[in-house]
Ligand binder design. Structure first.
Ligand code: ATP
Ligand code: MG
Length: 303
């Protein structure tokens, strides 16, 4: 009997951020000095959340991106590795500074975030291990390192590997450049507005499909579910969100994208992949943590 195939491999390219999360009673007006009730350092950032969702849902997960030459770098690598993510493609850039954010969460769960996007991380994608894309099941990219996305997406397209873009809030010119390079452009509400300013969602999705050989354009709309359009469809269709009691919707979109890329690597049809991703996103919004496979399967089965 043939040995079972290993799970598909998904490469996630983009940001990893040292999220310093402080829980406080209230967020006061300045000047203020307040004690935190708890503190934790998490690996956040779009591609980092995406890659962790891939591994928790059963895929082989590889992270490609940049960190600085600072105290945060080994902590970020260790956080990804603790979840089984392969980090050979995480470059520690000499003289660079890693992205960080301070997240204050009050007793009602409301957040105040200050983010620093990092500095001197270099934009040249020449070091990316593109040769290791051979045999990958999917590539998932956030838009924070556009030069990296362009290089990896071109190689993935040459190899016939599906590329999912997290069309998050970005400059219009960046999204307009990146969308035609990918197969599946999945926007947040703000990201779609940035891509097609002033357009209704349906028109924005049509523009994305018209911009290149894009096979799917979609917009996630928090608890209102996901609107999606493929070239063969006359009008967008809706994948309803799974109803949950949300405690923290941060990162639900990232989990949605990582799960969707894994589902595509598993060759699920588009509609099934979007349902799978919606279940994973809903669980993240409900629990504030990235779900495991059995939890997603249970939600899909209505349990
Ligand atoms: N409150 C919720 N209830 C049910 N499903 C949710 C909820 N929030 C998110 N989801 C699911 O996750 C998907 C992605 O969430 P959302 O639209 O908030 O992404 P986003 O705006 O990119 O957020 P972020 O970037 O903060 O992760 C939604 O389309 C939905 O399927
Ligand atoms: Mg998002």
């Amino acid at each position: 009997m043939a040995a079972p195939l290993p799970p598909p491999r998904v490469v996630c390219l983009g940001n990893v951020v040292a999220d310093h999360v402080f829980r406080v009673m209230d967020i006061p007006q300045p000047p203020a000095k307040i004690a935190a009730r708890s503190y934790v350092l998490n690996a956040g950032g779009m591609a980092a959340n995406e890659v962790i969702s891939v591994t928790r849902l059963g895929g082989r997960a590889h992270f490609w991106g940049r960190v600085g030459d600072d105290l945060k770098a080994p902590l970020l690598a260790a956080a990804l590795e603790a979840d089984g993510v392969k980090t050979a493609g995480l470059k520690r850039v000499g003289g660079g500074r890693s992205p960080v954010s301070a997240v204050l969460v009050d007793r009602h769960g409301e957040r105040t975030i200050t983010g620093f996007r990092g500095a001197d991380l270099g934009i040249d994608p020449g070091w990316l291990p593109l040769e290791t894309l051979v045999g990958a099941g999917a590539l998932c990219c956030d838009p924070r390192w556009p030069e990296g996305v362009a290089a990896a997406a071109a190689e993935a397209r040459r190899l016939g590997i599906p590329v999912v873009l997290d069309g998050e809030k970005s400059e219009t010119r960046l999204l307009v450049d990146l969308v035609p390079r990918v197969d599946h452009a999945i926007f947040s509400v703000t990201g779609l507005q940035n891509f097609a300013p002033g357009c209704a969602p349906e028109e924005g999705l049509r523009r994305a499909l018209a911009s290149g050989p894009v096979k799917l354009a979609a917009v996630t709309r928090v608890e209102k579910g996901t609107l999606w359009l493929a070239p063969s469809m006359a009008a967008p269709q809706e994948i309803p969100a799974f109803p949950v009691e949300a405690t923290n919707t941060t990162g639900a979109g990232d989990v949605f994208h990582g799960s969707c890329a894994l589902a595509m690597a598993e060759r699920m049809p588009i509609e099934a992949a979007l349902r799978f991703a919606s279940a994973a996103g809903a669980l993240r919004a409900r629990d504030g943590t990235t779900p495991y496979r059995a939890m997603v399967e249970a939600m899909l089965a209505g349990k």
